[in-house]
Design a protein around this ligand. Structure first.
Ligand code: C2E
Ligand code: MG
Ligand code: MG
Ligand code: MG
Length: 274
């Protein structure tokens, strides 16, 4: 910290940098404690079948219920990844999502599926497969009800290593999805080699569907590509009826979005299923 008052521009700059650094450090300390304090919660957003209108499954979305209010994942996941905290945190997410799904199955919603976001940092960490096996055993959930969502960024680096990992998850029965599809750098030849089941079309394209022909073209092309490769398509972030109708006409299979429902607490989600 610059101690002298009324300093020059350099002092101002170094002061704001150290303030930023302190703020970051504080967030890091709070985040480290949050897991043992039980401050994380999962919300669930319905995934709706475009043909039947039925809720086929839900996506688990992480929230941090901190002493300074509820913090969305975009504000702490990057830091959790840098800190390595994403590994125990990601395990907590998977265990909690499986526990909740089992409770819903036992309550009669036997066909409900659950999608879980997994960061590449978490899934390439040593011990990931062993942790997944442990969670599956403890929860008693059949992995065929589970979809793991992986974002495109970094998925295509060291592709051979990723293919081996994805293959073992497939063999266990999981479904695999590429999240935010279209925003990363997936090469089509790599896409063919990845044992995935689903492409999830990013919201950035969906929200432009009503007023941009190029975005409509991109969405149609992704759906066409997916169908040609025998993959399912899910569209994320549907807010308007016109977007829904467009996806329906293009043959997309499932959608998620505020138009149908925001992410809900477990109790609210169950009420919606009923
Ligand atoms: P995502 O997996 O692509 O999730 C979709 C995001 O879009 C969610 O934001 C959801 O609330 C939001 N969304 C859904 N429908 C609409 C809509 O109609 N309009 C708008 N404006 N937004 C909509 P959220 O919950 O803030 O999550 C952001 C990202 O954080 C997720 O993007 C995912 O990449 C990451 N994330 C969330 N939970 C986890 C987790 O447990 N583990 C990891 N590694 N990442 C997670
Ligand atoms: Mg997702
Ligand atoms: Mg997504
Ligand atoms: Mg997204």
């Amino acid at each position: 910290f610059a101690k002298k008052q009324g300093g020059d521009g350099f002092q101002f700059a170094s002061r704001s940098i150290s303030e930023m650094y302190e703020k970051r450090l504080r967030l890091e300390t709070r985040l480290r404690r949050a897991l043992s304090n039980g401050e994380f919660i999962l919300y669930y957003q319905p995934k709706v079948d475009l043909e039947t209108g039925a809720i086929g499954g839900v996506e688990a979305l992480l929230r941090w219920d901190s002493d300074e209010g509820v913090i969305p994942p975009g504000d702490f996941i990057p830091m959790a990844e840098e800190m390595g905290l994403i590994i125990p945190l990601g395990e907590w997410v998977m265990a909690e999502a499986c526990r909740q799904l089992k409770a819903w199955h036992d309550a009669g919603k036997n066909h409900l599926g659950m999608a879980i976001n997994v960061s590449v940092r978490q899934f390439t960490a040593p011990g990931f497969i062993a942790a997944v096996k442990r969670i599956i055993q403890t929860s008693g959930i059949d992995p065929r009800y589970l979809t793991l969502e992986l974002t495109e960024s970094h998925l295509f680096d060291d592709i051979d290593e990723k293919i081996i990992l994805l293959q073992s998850l497939k063999e266990m029965g999981f479904k695999l999805s590429i999240d935010d599809f279209g925003t990363g750098y997936s090469s089509l030849s790599y896409l063919r080699r990845l044992p995935v089941d689903e492409l999830k079309i990013d919201r950035s394209f969906i929200k432009e569907v009503s007023d941009r022909a190029d975005s409509r073209a991109i969405v149609s092309t992704i759906i066409f590509l997916a169908r040609s490769l025998n993959l399912r398509t899910v569209a994320e972030g549907i807010e308007k009826q016109v977007e829904l109708e467009f996806l329906q006409s293009e043959g997309c299979q499932q959608y998620q979005g505020f138009l149908f429902s925001r992410p809900l607490s477990a109790a609210e989600l169950f009420a919606k299923l009923e």
